[in-house]
Write a protein that binds this ligand. Structure first.
Ligand code: FMN
Length: 162
């Protein structure tokens, strides 16, 4: 291999990413997990993508329900991010959380600064991950500063005067 797994992780740790919880619904089943591998793809039509590990339970629900929502966390919501990343009690992640439903039914987390409710329009096999492309059906823009993950740590944005 041109690059070891450790080198790959070290290289990617230099990238700052906005932390989000990707949620999904298939009938009565809801699930979600913490992600930083999500991105905007297209303005017209409005498309975003999310990369999900093939071993993830959330992937199963996205696949079954053909929808997902990207909920961008606010600075300081480290505990919420850790809860949705931990395998401990993973089926109780939504307990006590305030959510609403948009057109697809994927949970929209009202404490998030942004929620993007998406219908799956593409799925791409990419190594040990799947890339899901979603067309935004509804967006809630609540405002606030994002929670950033970089170098294995949660951070806020440092705004410097010009
Ligand atoms: C800051 C952070 C970012 C993460 N980003 C991703 C990601 O982009 N894609 C992914 O598949 N897992 C990501 N994970 C790992 C998942 O959140 C974790 O494996 C989770 O337990 C999966 O849950 P599930 O199997 O119930 O879906 C991330 C974890 C953390 C803490």
């Amino acid at each position: 291999m041109a690059i070891s797994a450790d080198e790959f992780k070290a290289a990617l740790a230099t990238r700052a990413g906005a932390v989000a919880i990707v949620t999904a619904r298939a009938g009565e089943q809801v699930h979600g997990m913490t992600v930083t591998d999500w991105a905007g793809v297209s303005v017209d039509p409005p498309l975003v993508l999310v990369c999900t590990d093939k071993s993830s339970n959330t992937l199963e629900v996205i696949e079954k329900g053909q929808c997902f929502a990207i909920n961008v966390l606010a600075r300081g919501q480290d505990a919420l991010s850790n809860k949705f990343a931990s395998k401990k009690d993973e089926w109780t992640r939504f307990d006590g959380l305030d959510v609403e439903q948009g057109p697809t039914g994927a949970p929209l987390i009202t404490q998030a600064i942004t929620s993007l409710d998406c219908r799956v329009v593409g799925a791409h096999d990419a190594g040990d991950h799947w890339i899901y492309v979603g067309e935004i059906q509804y967006a809630a823009l609540r405002g606030g500063e994002p929670l950033v993950y970089c170098g294995g740590a949660y951070r806020g944005l440092a705004v410097e005067d010009a």
